[in-house]
Design a protein around this ligand. Sequence first.
Ligand code: NHR
Ligand code: GAR
Length: 214
Amino acid sequence: MKNIVILISGRGSNMEAMLAAKLPCRIGAVISNKADARGLDTARAHGIPTAVVAHAEHASRELFDAALAAEIDRHAPDLVVLAGFMRILGEDFVRRYHGRLMNIHPSLLPAFPGLHTHRRALEAGCRVHGCTVHFVTPALDNGPVVIQAAVPVYPDDSEDTLAARVLAQEHVAYPQAVRWFVEGRLSLGADGRVRLAGERTAGGALLSPLPDEH
Ligand code: NHR
Ligand code: GAR
């Protein structure tokens, strides 16, 4: 059975969705860069080992990355899962976990990399928004896409209502992506493209808003 490590910075609802999904893997540890991350309490309540590697206690990004990698490697994970992890990781770190480092980003990449994605989607007048699970590469929010989920944007949406609609889909998409990986069906190919074995593709367009005749 594969072993995963989950990195969080805060609430940890994506981590919780993975616990609820009863994935066929071991969760070796949950690691946070913030000691007060609420998700740490949730992990502890589930009997999962936790650790804190505080970015604020490291003199540089490089030293933080090295300390984080040392903590991760104690658990020898097959996959490292960024679940609301809020620190940009350096090139050495990302290379070390090439093909076994995944992130969920709250937009339909390549739209809106970086922060404040829901606000930016509203400002841009997007009718469709969503989330993207991708393998992490050194370029921020730019790695090969594993799975995306789209949601409609409504005229009366606030940042909060839109974030909540996207988050509900994150909780479906991310456990699915991790399940594929731990089942050995998902990998990052040497050509930099995502390989997924034995999944049928769904047809049809997703339109929002629906045209009048529908
Ligand atoms: N690192 C690399 N190299 N590549 C990616 O694709 C990464 C990554 C690290 C994190 C998650 C990402 C997201 O999904 C992620 C992807 C943090 C920031 C950020 O600006 C941006 C994107 C993501 C995570 N962080 C600030 C920083 O200075 C701190 C912000 C804060 O603490 O609130 O690191 O959106
Ligand atoms: C999620 O919406 C996730 O996509 C996003 O933060 C939230 C974390 O929620 N991630 C980023 O913005 C990464 N920069 P969670 O802690 O409850 O999983």
